[in-house]
Write a protein that binds this ligand. Structure first.
Ligand code: GLN
Length: 601
C-alpha cells in the first residue's frame, strides 16, 4: 500500500480537499486503484451533530455514516464508495482508545497520547486503507490521506506526530507528502510572496514531516524565479513545485496538476513509474471544456434556510451542476431565503419579501432541499404551493417532500392545521409523523440513515422513467419523520400519487403530481449519489423540465432499460417497525468541490 498525505499551511480554505481529490483522480487516471481517508481533528465523533451553517453540509454515506463534506468530493471525483471509517476524527480515536482502556486491554499501563493515541491513529489508517472502495475485490494501490486544518493547529498535533511515525513505519518508497500552501500577490508591487510558504514548510519540518511536493495556491502561475526561491528555501526540487492558480471551474484542477506533471513526481516518490500508465482523462477534459462553453441559462430557485452559504447545500448544488452540464445548460442558482417568502416578512421587511417572491416567480424551476427545525418552514410550504398551482417544475428533497405533502393536505384536503409533528406536536392532522425507530433524546446517529431501497409502485410515472424504468432504486437517507401512512389514502384520493415506497409499502419514498409538468418529492437525498458523468435522474428531470424539455429526457431515459415482464418487485417480508436497510448495490460515485469560501463550479 502506498500513501499520499496532503497537508495544508498558511491559511484554511486553500482548496486542500479539491487538491487531494484531484490528485486521487489523476492517479486513478494513470490506472491505479485509489482510496482516500479524511482526518478531521475536531472532537465530534462524526459530522452528524454539526450545523451546516458552521461546518457545511453533512455528507451521508451508503453505510449511514454522517461525515465531512470532503468525503463527498472524494466519492464524486474518484467514483468510489467510502465508509464511515474513512472519516477519522479525534473523537473517534479517543473513543476507541478509552473503550480499550475500559476493557483492560492496556494491561495496567498509563494510557497516553504517545504512544497509545498515535498508535491507534496509525492502526486505523492501515486498516481502513485496505478496504476496497471501487466495487472490485482486493485492496487499493494508493490511499490519499487528507489532514484537515492547518499545520500548527493544537488539535492536529497527535495526528502530525502519528503521521511522522507512520512515514517511517511504511518506509520511504511508500509515503509521499504533499503540502498545499499559499503564495499571495501584494497588489502594490504585484510581487508573488514566498515567505508564508517558507514559514509553513519550516513548521512542518519542525514537526518531523518533510514535504516531497509543494502545491502553491496563487492567482497566476508562479514565476520561474519565485519557483527557484521556494525550492531553495523549502528544500523541495523545482519540478516538484506545482502552482494551483485560479481556473474557470474545479474540473480543471486535475488538468492543472497533470500539465505540471504532478503525477510523475508522485509516482517517482512512490516508485510506481513502472506500474502506472499515462493519465487518461479524455472524458473528464471534454466535460470541463463543455462546462466552460455553456451559455443557455437555466434558473433554479433554491428555497432554503442557509442561503448565504453554498457549502451548506454543497451536494445539492453539485447535483444541479452535474444535471445542467449534462443537459447542456448554464446553471444559475437563485437563492431564496425561505423565511423571506412568509407573510410575517411582508410586514417587517417588505423589500426582502418582494425580492424573494420575484426570484421564485422568475425561476425556471424550484428546489426545496432537506432541513431541520421550523425556521422558514412556512416559506417552504408557500414555495411548494406556488410551484404546484403555477405548474412550475419542483423538486422537494426530504423536508422538501414533507412540506409539499403539508401544503397538499392544507390546500387541497382543506385541513388548515395539517402539519408535521416536528413543527406542531399537537396538530390534529399530522400528515408527517415521527418514525418509530427514531430517538428523541440522542441526536448523533439516531436517524434513519444511509442506503435504503425504494420500490416503484406506479410504473407510468416520471420518477420511474427517469430512473430507467427500474423496479427499485437504492438512495441515501437522513431523516426522523415520515409521511403519516394513515393519511396516505386520503391524500391519494385527492390526486397525490405516492409512486415509490419502501419494502413494507407503509413508508412513502416518492410523491408526484401526475398532472403537473414536474412535481416530485423524495424522502431520500438523491444528491449524495450524483456524479459529474452520472447525474442524478431526478435532478436531470428538474433541469429538463425547467427548460421545457422533459419529454426528450424521459424518452432517452426510458430507452435505457425496461422492466422485466412489467412486474414491480416489492417484497412484503420485512416488518414495518424493524425493517432493515437494503443492501446497497449501486453506490457508484462522482465529483465536486468547494474551497470553504464557496463553490468553484
Ligand atoms: N427534519 C425532517 C426529518 O427529520 C427532514 C430531514 C431532512 O430533510 N434531511 O424527517
Amino acid at each position: 500500500m502506498k500513501y499520499v498525505l496532503v497537508t495544508g499551511g498558511v491559511v484554511s480554505g486553500l482548496g486542500k480537499g479539491v487538491t487531494a481529490s484531484s490528485i486521487g483522480l489523476l492517479l486513478k487516471a494513470c490506472g491505479l486503484r485509489v482510496t482516500s481517508i479524511k482526518i478531521d481533528p475536531y472532537l465530534n465523533t462524526d459530522a452528524g451533530t454539526m450545523s451546516p451553517f458552521e461546518h457545511g453540509e453533512v455528507f451521508v454515506l451508503d453505510d449511514g455514516g454522517e461525515v465531512d463534506l470532503d468525503l463527498g468530493n472524494y466519492e464524486r471525483f474518484l467514483d468510489i464508495k467510502l465508509t464511515r471509517d474513512h472519516n477519522i476524527t479525534t473523537g473517534k480515536i479517543y473513543q476507541s482508545v478509552i473503550d480499550k482502556e475500559r476493557r483492560g486491554d492496556y494491561l495496567g499501563k498509563t494510557v497516553q497520547v504517545v504512544p497509545h493515541i498515535t498508535d491507534a491513529i496509525q492502526e486505523w489508517i492501515e486498516r481502513v486503507a485496505m478496504i476496497p472502495v471501487d466495487g472490485k475485490s482486493g485492496s487499493p494501490d494508493v490511499c490519499v490521506i487528507e489532514l484537515g486544518g492547518t499545520i500548527g493547529d493544537i488539535e492536529s498535533m497527535p495526528f502530525i506526530e502519528a503521521l511522522g511515525q507512520f512515514s517511517y513505519r511504511v518506509g520511504t518508497e511508500n509515503f509521499c507528502l504533499i503540502h498545499v500552501s499559499l503564495v499571495p500577490v501584494l497588489n502594490v508591487v504585484g510581487e508573488q510572496k514566498t515567505k508564508p510558504t517558507q514559514h509553513s514548510v519550516r513548521q512542518l519540518r519542525g514537526l518531523g514531516l518533510t514535504p516531497h511536493i509543494l502545491t502553491c495556491r496563487s492567482t497566476m502561475a508562479l514565476e520561474e524565479n519565485v519557483k527557484v526561491k521556494v525550492s531553495q528555501f523549502c528544500h523541495v526540487q523545482a519540478e516538484n513545485i506545482i502552482t494551483l492558480y485560479d481556473v474557470p471551474n474545479i474540473w480543471h484542477i486535475p488538468l492543472l496538476l497533470r500539465d505540471q506533471k504532478a503525477h510523475e513526481a508522485i509516482l517517482k516518490v512512490l516508485n510506481l513509474l513502472g506500474k502506472a500508465g499515462k493519465p487518461e482523462l479524455d472524458e473528464w477534459i471534454s466535460r470541463a471544456e463543455k462546462c466552460d462553453k455553456l451559455h443557455e441559462p437555466v434558473h433554479i430557485a433554491m428555497v432554503g434556510k442557509y442561503t448565504g452559504l453554498s457549502d451548506s447545500y454543497l451536494s445539492v448544488l453539485k447535483a444541479l451542476v452535474h444535471a445542467s452540464v449534462s443537459h447542456g445548460k448554464k446553471l444559475f442558482v437563485d437563492w431564496v431565503p425561505a423565511s423571506d417568502l412568509e407573510d410575517a416578512t411582508k410586514k417587517e421587511n417588505p423589500d426582502a419579501h418582494k425580492a424573494a417572491w420575484k426570484l421564485l416567480k422568475g425561476a425556471d424551476g424550484v428546489l426545496v432541499p432537506g432541513g431541520f427545525g421550523d425556521r422558514g418552514v412556512q416559506g417552504k410550504i408557500l414555495a411548494a404551493k406556488y410551484a404546484r398551482e403555477n405548474r412550475k417544475p419542483f423538486l422537494g428533497i426530504c423536508l422538501g417532500m414533507q412540506i409539499a405533502v403539508i401544503d397538499f393536505a392544507r390546500s387541497v384536503l382543506g385541513l388548515k392545521d395539517a402539519n408535521s409533528t416536528e413543527f406542531d406536536p399537537n396538530t390534529k392532522n399530522p400528515c408527517v409523523i415521527f418514525m418509530p425507530e427514531g430517538s428523541k433524546t440522542h441526536m448523533g446517529g439516531t436517524m434513519r440513515l444511509g442506503s435504503r431501497r425504494t420500490y416503484f409502485h406506479v410504473l407510468d410515472c416520471k420518477s420511474a422513467k427517469l430512473y430507467g424504468n427500474r423496479s427499485f432504486i437504492d438512495e441515501r437517507h437522513r431523516h426522523r419523520y415520515e409521511v403519516n401512512p394513515d393519511m396516505v389514502g386520503r391524500l391519494e384520493k385527492a390526486g397525490l400519487s405516492f409512486t415509490g415506497k419502501d419494502e413494507t409499502s407503509r413508508r412513502m419514498e416518492i410523491v408526484e403530481l401526475p398532472n403537473h409538468p414536474y412535481f416530485v418529492g423524495v424522502q431520500f437525498h438523491p444528491e449524495f449519489k450524483s456524479r459529474p458523468g452520472k447525474p442524478s435522474p431526478l435532478f436531470l428531470g428538474l433541469i429538463a423540465a425547467a427548460c421545457g424539455e422533459l419529454d426528450v429526457a424521459l424518452h432517452s431515459c426510458g430507452s435505457q432499460r425496461t422492466v422485466l415482464n412489467g412486474v414491480v418487485n416489492c417484497p412484503m417480508k420485512l416488518k414495518y417497525r424493524n425493517a432493515t436497510p437494503a443492501k446497497c448495490t449501486n453506490g457508484l460515485p462522482d465529483g465536486v468541490y468547494s474551497n470553504g469560501n464557496g463553490i468553484y463550479l
